[in-house]
Design a protein around this ligand. Structure first.
Ligand code: CA
Length: 452
């Protein structure tokens, strides 16, 4: 059947526009904000009206896994590689790695990073990893997280700051300014947020009076949502919202001090730093990109944090770093509504805890999850993994999944063995910077002891 002429013209126009202009990209990653923190995910007791609206007008992914801890997630999302290839120790990213900053800078994007760094105490690393401009906490200092006066480093200068200022506002405002200055060229802003990690304290919107940790945490989630709204409004004001992709996710599950979360009425306590069940690693993922043309869709595609780098590279129309194994699978086709987009068959997570050692790993499809030792779960029905499935007693669908995931896990086990042989913990980078990480850890432990 022939399409009406108007439809043919419209389609031709849409293709021309999308081919002409690559999207601006803003990737926001909250700190310790789990899947249950978005009301759009059926989460409670939180309110996230901005993110809910972006999801309703864009895309919401229900099956995205980060890593259970900060640095492992950061290394994975920035490099597109599984932790067994490049994770050394907490608080560091191997300077030999290539990041999505490199990829987008090389593609002609203006690049900016704001928020929390945590990946090596040297301001030169920011340019080294592909970012033109920055305003960061936990770069060379690590002072207070929210009232971080005199701690933030912005484009090489330590900001003197003012007493009472709120760190998340300072870094967000810098990013908005960067966007204003680069509105006429493609830009990439990576915003690993300072919120919503502990300490659970008042935000500028919390009002007077002492609250519980859970109440403060809910305030912090609301403030995160408010910042997302500010960014969206700024893009609208500049007239560039149409072709800017907003991505929002979290770097790991909610802190374990917060126990009152729920999803669809079922308990979802904070599970950060644990790979025991869904609460440590399943995170929200919302994408909003009006020019992409997809509106109000929900997908359960398996997505892991290695997928961001290839997705961004594809959207920028550029190639992946050469001579390096990239593990991720691009989800760019989903964002454009490509009818022939093929999601991953399975997503993968390899987790070491703070220091590289024995890996805990799993593969997952759209319903089932297989850990080492044949521990097998239906993560939709049993997110806390209280009821392991015996595949010999299960139905055909579960048995098929067990077999397919078993093959995938075996292939990853072989890759870990190969990489472990190659991995050299005593490289010049490793020895010096591991020591820096250890010193930081010792200081933190010392402070905790003093408080007790
Ligand atoms: Ca974190």
């Amino acid at each position: 059947m022939k399409a009406p002429m108007a439809a043919v013209l419209l389609t031709a126009c849409a293709i021309t526009v999308s081919a002409q202009s690559r999207p601006n990209i803003v990737l926001m990653m909250a700190d310790d904000l789990g899947y249950e923190c978005l009301s759009a995910n059926g989460g409670a007791p939180y309110r996230t009206p901005v993110l809910d609206e972006l999801a309703a007008q864009g895309l919401r992914f229900t099956n995205c896994v980060a890593q259970p801890l900060c640095t492992p997630s950061r290394a994975k999302i920035m490099t597109g590689r599984y932790n067994f290839r490049n994770y050394k120790t907490f608080g560091l990213l191997d300077p030999r790695e290539k990041t999505f900053g490199h990829v987008l800078r090389k593609a002609g994007y203006a690049t900016c990073i704001v928020g929390k760094w945590q990946l090596g105490r040297d301001r030169k690393l920011i340019d080294h990893f592909g970012f033109d401009e920055y305003c960061l906490w936990w770069l060379e200092n690590k002072g207070p997280r929210f009232g971080n006066v005199g701690e933030l480093i912005q484009n090489g200068e330590v900001l003197p700051g003012k007493k009472g200022e709120y760190g998340p506002d300072v870094v967000s405002n810098f990013m908005l300014d960067f966007i204003s200055r680069h509105k006429k060229e493609p830009f990439f802003c990576y915003y690993p947020m300072i919120l919503t990690h502990s300490p659970f304290v008042a935000t500028p919107d919390s009002g007077e009076g002492q609250k519980s940790n859970e109440e403060y945490f809910a305030d912090m989630v609301s403030y995160t949502d408010k910042i997302v709204g500010r960014i969206r409004d700024h893009l609208v004001d500049l007239g560039i919202a149409e072709n800017t992709l907003l991505l929002f996710t979290g770097d790991n599950g909610t802190g374990r001090g917060i126990k009152n979360g729920a999803v669809d009425g079922q308990p979802w306590p904070g599970g950060k730093a644990s790979n025991a069940n869904e609460t440590g690693s399943r995170v929200p993922l919302v994408a909003y990109w009006p020019a992409g043309g997809v509106r109000g869709k929900v997908f359960d595609d398996p997505i892991d944090f290695s997928d961001f780098l290839p997705s961004l590279a594809e959207l920028a129309g550029t190639s992946l770093p050469e001579d390096i194994t990239i593990d991720g699978h691009s989800f760019a086709g989903r964002l454009r509504g490509d009818a022939d987009h093929k999601p991953r068959d399975w997503a993968y997570l390899c987790y070491y805890g703070k220091k590289r050692g024995q890996a805990s790993h799993f593969v997952r499809d759209t319903r089932y999850k297989l850990y080492e030792g044949e521990r097998f779960f239906d993560f939709l029905a049993d997110p806390l993994h209280k009821n392991p499935i015996d595949p010999t007693q299960a139905g055909q669908e579960a048995r098929d999944a067990f077999e397919a995931l078993g093959k995938a896990l075996a292939s990853m086990r072989r890759e870990i063995a190969t990489e472990d042989e190659r991995f050299d913990a005593k490289t010049s980078f490793g020895a010096k910077d591991r020591q820096a990480g250890d010193e930081q850890g010792a200081k933190t432990r010392q402070k905790k002891r003093k408080k007790k």
